[in-house]
Design a protein around this ligand. Structure first.
Ligand code: GLY
Length: 354
């Protein structure tokens, strides 16, 4: 078992992250001992409930099943969850437990941060993307008709239980979308300022086949590396005042791809992989990096066979990028590579892109 912890110094918040590939029945015991003596509401993805509900065996009255899909991260489900908790008479001393991917984690976290002005919550991520990214760091959100994640809070969980066992049953596309975020960490590693030298790029090159074949030990190690990098960033900048922006590498153009295709055609990971390729090209054009690094990066990406995404009308893409919540006035914020595994934030004018 790997035990990590996140220490947010500004407000002395700290929480453990457990990474253990274990039987789901054992995992349940650990979760329950964490909430011992308190009442709790489990918010679980429908798919995960179908696959693991019988072994997890949480009492029915403590379970809220959330349908799968990004469209479920909405105000209506927020209302249903909080009303269910009210009906159960949960107090501020009780807890929410999120079991699922990013949608379940983000929505539960948001509900937890506002229920009685804040109730404890535990993250149990079951997708690769949630294991390496969304379950760690305390971003919570719901989607609106005006865009994704526009209503949300920074609210750290009380604990994160990562069990790579869940990844065995993850469908290929969902697994790949998580790999998109994994590859991202390799291009930002040095900028994460982690004390330990983790060398994710080497790990990805050497273990690509085992990763794709979901070798359990390799996946555990991979998750551990990514989580250590994310912890390092979040500990230094919880609320995205500066350093945390680097986690958005590939996201500026990637979010525009998701928007222009109405969130239907490509997964988040697929879109950000294309966004990273765009960022590498832009960095070469602006003489920030040499072409060799761009080719090396493209080789790493190729190892994981991501889907090819065609180019879109640049003027439309710029318009969408200007609407991003990270954009300021008419400037678009891009995280661009400046050296091997190093990135920096740049504010660019639309004319720089055309
Ligand atoms: N997913 C980016 C972040 O947590 O900041």
């Amino acid at each position: 078992m790997t035990n990590l912890s996140v220490n947010i110094k500004s407000n002395e918040k700290s929480y453990p992250i457990f990474i253990e590939d274990e039987d789901t029945a054992l995992l349940k015991e650990k979760i329950l001992s964490f909430v011992e003596g308190r009442n709790f509401l489990v918010i679980i993805s429908e798919k995960v409930e179908k696959l693991y509900g019988k072994t997890l065996k949480f009492p029915k009255e403590n379970v809220f099943i959330l349908k799968d899909g990004e469209k479920e991260k909405n105000f209506n489900n927020y209302k249903k969850i909080t009303e269910r908790a009210l009906k159960m008479k949960l107090t501020r001393k009780d807890a929410f437990i999120a079991i699922g991917g990013g949608v379940v984690g983000d929505l539960t976290g948001f509900a937890a941060s506002t229920y009685m002005r804040g109730i404890d919550f535990i993250q149990v991520p079951t997708t690769l993307l949630a294991c390496v990214d969304s379950s760690v760091g305390g971003k919570t959100a719901i989607d609106t008709d005006y865009g994704k994640n526009l209503v949300g809070t920074f609210y750290q969980p009380k604990a994160v239980f990562i069990n790579p066992n869940f990844l065995k049953t993850l469908d290929e596309r969902q697994f790949k979308t998580g790999l998109g975020e994994v590859v991202k960490y390799s291009f930002i590693e040095k900028s994460c300022k982690c004390e330990e030298d983790l060398n994710l790029t080497n790990f990805l090159s050497e273990k690509a086949e085992m990763i794709v074949n979901r070798d359990e030990r390799v996946l555990s190690k991979l998750i551990e590396i990514c989580v250590k990098l994310k912890i390092s960033v979040v500990e230094k900048d919880e609320k995205e005042g500066g350093l945390r922006r680097i986690l958005n590498f590939g996201h500026t153009y990637g979010h525009a791809i998701e928007k222009i295709t109405k969130y239907k055609k490509y997964t988040h990971g697929e879109a950000i992989v294309e966004g990273m390729k765009f960022a590498f090209n832009l960095a070469v054009k602006r003489n920030l990096i040499d072409k060799n690094y761009k080719f090396l990066a493209e080789d790493v990406i190729k190892k994981f066979n991501f889907v090819d995404i065609p180019e879109f009308d640049m003027e439309k893409m710029i318009e969408l990028m200007q609407m991003d919540k990270k954009a300021t006035f008419d400037k678009i914020v891009f995280i661009l590579p400046t050296d091997y595994s190093t990135v920096e934030a740049f504010e660019l004018d639309s004319k720089d892109l055309l």
